[in-house]
Write a protein of this length. Structure first.
Length: 280
């Protein structure tokens, strides 16, 4: 059996029979994802992979949201250290983030994202890489509220929603769609009422768990392999290159500086109040 995880690093493990629940447990930060949290997600999945009792894993968020995305406090510090210094190192850092996200994709057992509240930016990458995504109909799924990078997030959306809808989201910082809309677009499998989400996902996980483990593994591998032959993994990794380039542009550096000087909320307010989005 997978050992229970202490919530200090922001991840908690709960197991009921053959169903494991990987809980994002930083509710005071809307489960914002930092480097230690990504490490804990990987370690928890590795333990679940080796546990024959676990047949399906569900990822959910504790508190009001699934996750607000990457923790900008730690991410901004990393960008500060890289800016004006080493674009190659910044590309390696961003690529590592994506590779860690792909631990969900590469996990050989079925995994389900149960999304409620906000699911933004990097968190949408995590949910996109799960095998199945079920959303509360009033959830808000979207991109960063500020133009802090390039094609890091939406390349993982494109195979789900198509290039035109991916561009519609990517071109507008802070753009979100409801859970119901995300299901209509194909980003999520389906949407349910918020108060029914966990019961619905629990029932779905149990139905999946009736199938033999080796059959589930081969079915997942077959579909994932086909997606990768169509270029899915390469599309995702391209995002690291584009983001690294933009992190060294003057325009993006100004946005990061504004975040550091004013804080994220005030920087967003200034951006939205400016007709051209410029930060003085």
């Amino acid at each position: 059996m997978v050992d229970a995880q202490a919530p200090a690093a922001g991840v908690r493990w709960e197991q009921v029979g053959t169903i494991g629940w990987l809980v994002l447990a930083r509710p005071h930060r809307h489960n914002a994802i930092d480097a230690s949290m990504m490490t804990e997600i990987g370690l928890t999945l590795a333990a679940a992979q080796s546990d024959p009792q676990v047949k399906v894993v569900v990822i959910r968020g504790e508190g009001p949201s699934f996750s607000a995305g990457f923790d900008l406090a730690s991410d901004g510090e990393a960008v500060t250290q890289a800016t004006g210094n080493d674009a190659v190192a910044e590309h390696a850092r961003l690529r590592k983030n994506i590779e860690q996200m792909f631990q969900v994709w590469d996990f050989p057992k079925p995994d389900i994202a149960a999304v409620h509240g906000y699911c933004l930016a990097g968190a949408s990458m995590l949910a996109s890489l799960c095998d199945i995504t079920v959303v509360a109909d009033d959830a808000r799924i979207g991109v960063s509220a500020l133009p802090l990078g390039g094609g890091y997030i939406t390349p993982l959306w494109m195979h789900l929603v198509g290039p035109k809808r991916a561009k519609q989201m990517a071109f507008q910082p802070g753009e979100t769609m409801s859970g119901a809309q995300s299901a209509e677009w194909g980003w999520a499998n389906y949407a349910v009422a918020a108060d029914e989400l966990l019961d619905d996902v629990t029932a779905l996980a149990h139905r999946i768990a009736r199938t033999p483990a080796t059959t589930l593994q081969m079915k997942k591998h077959a579909i994932n392999r086909l997606c990768e032959l169509q270029g899915f993994r390469a599309q995702a990794m391209l995002g690291a290159e584009l983001d690294a380039l933009l992190h060294f542009s003057d325009e993006t550096a100004r946005v990061w500086n504004t975040v550091r000087e004013l804080g994220f909320k005030q920087a967003v307010a200034d951006f939205r109040s400016s007709p051209d989005g410029h930060h003085d």
